[in-house]
Design a protein around this ligand. Structure first.
Ligand SMILES: [Fe+2]
Length: 482
C-alpha cells in the first residue's frame, strides 16, 4: 500500500496539489469575487498581501497569497531582541542562530540526538550545520529539533530568514499556521514558507524530535522528470495544503510573536491573535507530504543509479549551473533491488555536492546499524569531496552475496539534505551536542581490505604504451557478468 500507516489519525482537512492556485474560506462569502482588494473586504475583514517572491518573478515561479483577516499583521508593539537571560526567553540561552560554521573535510556521524523535555518549539531548534547568510538570502541552515512541550498557547513564531522543511523523526506536531492547520507525523514532511506565522503543539504531550532544513533563498520545487515522463517520484496530487481556519481573540488579550530575523530571535507583543485569517487565496502557503506515497524509480538492469532518482523536492541554485540544487531533499524508501551483476549499495564516491543524512526509522541498507552505527535520530555529513561509501562489512557482503531480487528498506526511511554548498558545522554540532562519533572513519573505512591481485607484469603498462598491449577492448557484455 503506497501510504504510510500512521499511529495518529488525521484531524484536519486539506486541499491537494503542488504549486497550484488555491483558495479557501472558513466563512462563506469571506473571499471577495474577482477583486483582490475591494474598498471594503467581505464581513469587515482587512486585506493583506503575503509575497514569497518578487512581484515581478516569472509567472511559473511567482508565489503570492491574499489574506482576509480580522486585523492586519502590522498591528503589534515593537520587536525587541530576545536576550539569553530575558524572562521572556523560554529557556536560557536562546538559540545561537548566527553561529559561525566550521567547514572541515572529515566525514562526520552523530549518535541519536537527545530528547529535551523542557523546551518548546522555538528553543528546541539547534543549528547543527549550514552555509551562507540569511541577510544575504544565500545559503541554508540545518537544525535538529527536540521539544518536550507545546508552545505557550498565545504565542506564534515565524522565520523571516527562509523556508522551513521539517522532517519529524519522533512525535506528532500539531501546527496551527495563519493559513490553516497541519498535523505533521513522522514519515511526513512539511514546508512552512518564509514569514508565515505558526504555533506548534505536541500531540498527546509526546516529546518531538526531528530535522529541519532552512532555505535562505528561493523555494522548493518538484524535480523535473525527464525521460521518466509525466508521473513518478512525488506526485503533485499527494501534497496537502491547509484549509482556512481562524480563531477570534482580539479583546483583552495579549499574544507574543517570536521572529527569527537575520539569524537572531526577536519578540513583540500584540493585542490580537495572529491566527485570524478567515479566508485566503494564492500560491504561497505551507504544505505537507506523506513520504510513503513516493513512487520510487530504479534500475531494472544493472548498476546503482545516482541517488537523484529519489529526489522529493529540489530548490535550484541557478548561479551554480543548470541542474544544480541549493538543496535537494532526497529519501531512501523501501524498494526492490534487482540489478544483475552489480554492486548494489552506493559506490564509493567523492562529490562536489555535500550530503547531510538522517534516519527517521529502521536500518539504512548501506551502513551498519545499532550502537556506533547510523541510527534513527542520528545523522551524518559527507562534505564536498570527502570520500565515503559503504563500510567494510557492507562491502564484503554486497560484493560476494548471491544476487536475487531483494526488498530493502522495509520499515525504514533514510533521507538526505544535499547541497551544492560546502556545509560547515556549528560549535553545537561539533562539541556541545556530544554526539559526534569520533571513530566513524576508523570503524567504517580503515578496515577495508586490499583485494587487489596484481596479474603480473604482462598487461601492466603504468601509462607506457607497449605494442599490442591494451589495444584490444574487452568485448564482454554485462550479460556475461551474471
Ligand atoms: Fe554519498
Amino acid at each position: 500500500m503506497p501510504v504510510t500507516p500512521f499511529s495518529s489519525t488525521e484531524k484536519y482537512e486539506y486541499h491537494h496539489g503542488f504549486a497550484t492556485y488555491n483558495e479557501s474560506e472558513a466563512v462563506p462569502g469571506a473571499l471577495p469575487v474577482a477583486a483582490n482588494a475591494p474598498q471594503q473586504a467581505p464581513h469587515g475583514l482587512y486585506t493583506e498581501k503575503l509575497s514569497g517572491t518578487a512581484f515581478t518573478a516569472p509567472r511559473h515561479e511567482n508565489q503570492q497569497s491574499w489574506l482576509y483577516r480580522i486585523l492586519p499583521s502590522s498591528s503589534h508593539q515593537n520587536f525587541e531582541p530576545v536576550s539569553d537571560t530575558s524572562s521572556q526567553s523560554l529557556v536560557s540561552p536562546s538559540p545561537q542562530f548566527g553561529k559561525h560554521f566550521n567547514a572541515i573535510p572529515n566525514q562526520l556521524r552523530w549518535d541519536p540526538f537527545d530528547f529535551d523535555k523542557e523546551v518548546s518549539w522555538i528553543h528546541s531548534l539547534h543549528l547543527i550545520a549550514g552555509a551562507g547568510d540569511p541577510q544575504m538570502k544565500q545559503g541554508l541552515g540545518m537544525y535538529i529539533y527536540a521539544a518536550g512541550a507545546s508552545m505557550p498557547e498565545k504565542s506564534a513564531f515565524y522565520s523571516a530568514d527562509g523556508d522551513f522543511l521539517i522532517v519529524p523523526q519522533h512525535g506528532v506536531l500539531d501546527i496551527r499556521t495563519e493559513l490553516g492547520n497541519i498535523l505533521l507525523r513522522p514519515m511526513e514532511i512539511c514546508v512552512i514558507p518564509r514569514g508565515i506565522r505558526y504555533h506548534v503543539s505536541l500531540l498527546d504531550n509526546e516529546p518531538a524530535r526531528g530535522y529541519i532544513l532552512e532555505l535562505y533563498q528561493g523555494h522548493f520545487q518538484l524535480p523535473e522528470l525527464g525521460p521518466i515522463g509525466s508521473n513518478g517520484l512525488a506526485n503533485p496530487r499527494d501534497f496537502q495544503i491547509p484549509v482556512a481556519s481562524f480563531i477570534e481573540d482580539y479583546e483583552n488579550t495579549e499574544w507574543t510573536l517570536y521572529g527569527k530575523f537575520g539569524g537572531n530571535l526577536f519578540e513583540a507583543k500584540q493585542h490580537h491573535t495572529p491566527f485570524d485569517v478567515v479566508a485566503w487565496h494564492g500560491t504561497y502557503y505551507p504544505y505537507k507530504y506523506d513520504l510513503g506515497r513516493f513512487n520510487a524509480i530504479g534500475t531494472i538492469s544493472y548498476d546503482h543509479p545516482d541517488p537523484s532518482i529519489f529526489t522529493v523536492l529540489s530548490a535550484p541554485s541557478h548561479p551554480h549551473g543548470a541542474g544544480t540544487a541549493m538543496a535537494d531533499f532526497v529519501i531512501f524508501p523501501p524498494r526492490w533491488l534487482v540489478a544483475e551483476g552489480t554492486f548494489r549499495p552506493p559506490w564509493y564516491h567523492r562529490n562536489t555536492m555535500s550530503e547531510f543524512m538522517g534516519l527517521i526509522c529502521g536500518n539504512y541498507d548501506a551502513k551498519g546499524a545499532g550502537k556506533g552505527g547510523f541510527q534513527p535520530a542520528g545523522a551524518s555529513l559527507h562534505n564536498t569531496m570527502s570520500g565515503h561509501g559503504p563500510d567494510m562489512q557492507t562491502y564484503e557482503k554486497a560484493s560476494t552475496v548471491e544476487l536475487s531480487p531483494q526488498k530493502v528498506g522495509e520499515g525504514s526511511m533514510a533521507f538526505m539534505f544535499e547541497s551544492c554548498l560546502m556545509v560547515g558545522v556549528t560549535e553545537w554540532g561539533l562539541k556541545s551536542c556530544a554526539k559526534v562519533q569520533e571513530s566513524y572513519n576508523e570503524h567504517s573505512w580503515t578496515p577495508l581490505k586490499v583485494h587487489w591481485k596484481n596479474p603480473g607484469t604482462r598487461g601492466v603498462s603504468n601509462g607506457e604504451k607497449k605494442n599490442g598491449v591494451g589495444d584490444a577492448k574487452d568485448q564482454s557484455s554485462v550479460h556475461d557478468l551474471k
